[in-house]
Every structure is written in C-alpha cells, then in structure tokens.
Ligand binder design. Structure first.
Ligand code: PXL
Length: 286
C-alpha cells in the first residue's frame, strides 16, 4: 500500500526568487507528501523582480486534467495558488469539480502588505471569489482577506471580535476552514488566526514580527506546511502551529543573512525541522 499522500499543485514555477512550486515541492516532500505539479506558467523570475520573462501555460492545464481522469489518478488534495490569468480560474474550477472528494485548498494569492501584485488585474481579483466559493480551506493573508471582504486594509490592530467576524464572513463565502496570516491583534502582536465552521472553533497562534522581513513565497510555505500537517492527521490548531513555526524559523534565518526579499526564504537548510516532526502545542483560543 502506498501511504504517501498526494497533492496536485496548480501553481507556477519561477527560476529566480523562491516561491510557488520551488517552495511547495521541497516543503511537502520533506513532510512525506508527494506533489504533482500542474504548472500554470514558467517564469525566469517571479513578478516581484523588475524584469522577468514568462510563458503562460493556461492551455496545458485542461489536457493535464484530461490525462489524469483517463488514468483514474487520485489525489488527496487539490491546491491552487498564484494564477497567471483569469482563464486559469476556469481550469482550477474544472480540477476541483473533477475531484469532489479531494481536499480543496485555495490560497487566494492576490497581494501583500496592503497592495495587490502587479499581475493581479481587477478581473482576476474579482473572479478569485469563484475559487473561494468551492474551497474547503482558504489561506489568505490579511491583505487578501481585506480584498475578499471588500474591507479596507486594517491600519490598526484588530480586536478579537473583529478578527472573528472576518473569519466567519470569509467562511460564509464558501470554505469550511479559514486561516488568515499576518494579523496584528490588539490582544498582543502578530498572529495566524483560524476558524473551523463545523466545530465553531476559533484559534490563534502568536508569531514574532520581524520588522522589514518580507520575503517572496512566505504564503506558499505556510500553506504547504498547513496542508502537509492536516494530511498527516494533525488537528487544525496544531497544523496552524506547525505552519507558523516553520515559516517564522525561515523568516528569521533569512533575515539574519540580509538577503533581498526577492530571493525568498532560505528554506534548504531548514527542511530537517519538518522531517523531525516534533509535537507542538503553542496555540490558544481566539
Ligand atoms: O508567492 C506568490 C507568487 C507566486 N508566483 C509568482 C509570484 C508570486 C508573488 O509575487 O510573482 C510568479
């Protein structure tokens, strides 16, 4: 029996600047989870670089899905992230509906730090709600959560009651589980917050905020560890704890080397932390 869980990751691959597949594959592999990449685009460098060349692979996604259906290939999880065009939303929707029993994870990649990414047109942001509607789990950062809710990016720390309202209102858009990263809580600093509608439970994980330490691929790393952890049987708060702890470790190591944010997180040396799979319990109720 093959006990290795399998994830189809509908994501781009960028040569320079660790993000998307160059983060997702090593991270999930270190956790003992197989990644089947469904590349949406190939880039020489991610879109945060002042220049990059890109080959759009929109027309590659549907034939890939047809092939997998013909082969009877099963996936434990379908995971979508950065998208290169609004049309790719249709193909992600086709993937999700072809695998109704798989865990459907949507990282609604649209922006960070209060700003949208350069390639994220108004149409792409608007259509992201169609993916969010069919997901089981969504993992926006606070910027993306604000875009999805039509809220202003919060300039002040959120009260716990406001944070809960954001989670519940996002969940009403479709996903049973909502996890928001980089949330500054009035209650005491930076947190990852999460909600499971089925059990009506709210969780928070505190993380150190390293001023000025923003790196590409941080969200991709977070969501990958969250998926790996859930697929291996961790509860939601423990999975949030593992994803937050590993991401914080990588941010701090990378910051200590004074690398440009575009390089992404120096994850290569930190992968053994995932392999050792220690038990964690640094969560509290929100
Ligand atoms: O980490 C998100 C991401 C993924 N892929 C590409 C990106 C970005 C963010 O800028 O440019 C190509």
């Amino acid at each position: 029996m093959n006990s290795c869980r399998r994830v189809a990751a509908i994501q781009d691959i960028s040569g320079l600047g660790r993000c998307s597949l160059t983060v997702i594959i090593p991270t999930l592999s270190a956790m003992g989870v197989q990644v089947c990449p469904v590349p949406t685009a190939v880039l020489s460098a991610h879109t945060g670089y002042s220049e990059f060349v890109i080959r759009d692979l929109t027309d590659f996604i549907k034939p890939t899905l047809e092939h997998y259906k013909k082969m009877g290939t099963e996936f434990d999880c379908i995971y979508s992230g950065f998208l290169a065009s609004a049309e790719q939303i249709d193909h992600c929707l086709e993937f999700f509906s072809a695998y109704p029993d798989s865990l459907k994870v949507v990282d609604p990649v649209m922006g960070d730090d209060g700003k949208s990414y350069a390639t994220y047109t108004g149409e792409l942001c608007k259509r992201m709600s169609e993916l969010v509607a069919v997901a089981d789990i969504i993992t926006p950062n606070i910027t993306e959560a604000a875009i999805l809710l039509g809220e202003k990016y919060p300039e002040m720390p959120l009260l716990n009651s406001e944070a809960k309202s954001w989670l519940v209102r996002l969940s009403r858009q479709g996903a049973r589980i909502v996890v928001i990263t980089s949330v500054d809580l009035a209650d005491g600093g930076m947190h990852t917050i999460g909600y499971d509608r089925e059990s009506s439970s709210f969780w928070k994980i505190k993380n150190d905020y390293v001023k000025g330490a923003h790196y590409s691929g941080t969200g991709d790393m977070f969501t990958s560890v969250l998926i790996g952890s859930l697929l291996k049987g961790d509860s939601l708060p423990i999975a949030m704890n593992r994803a937050t702890a590993f991401t914080e470790l990588n941010v701090k190591v990378t910051h200590s080397y004074h690398k440009p944010w575009t390089d992404g997180l120096m994850l290569e040396g930190q992968l053994p932390w995932l392999t050792s799979y220690q038990q964690l319990c640094d969560y509290t109720n929100l």
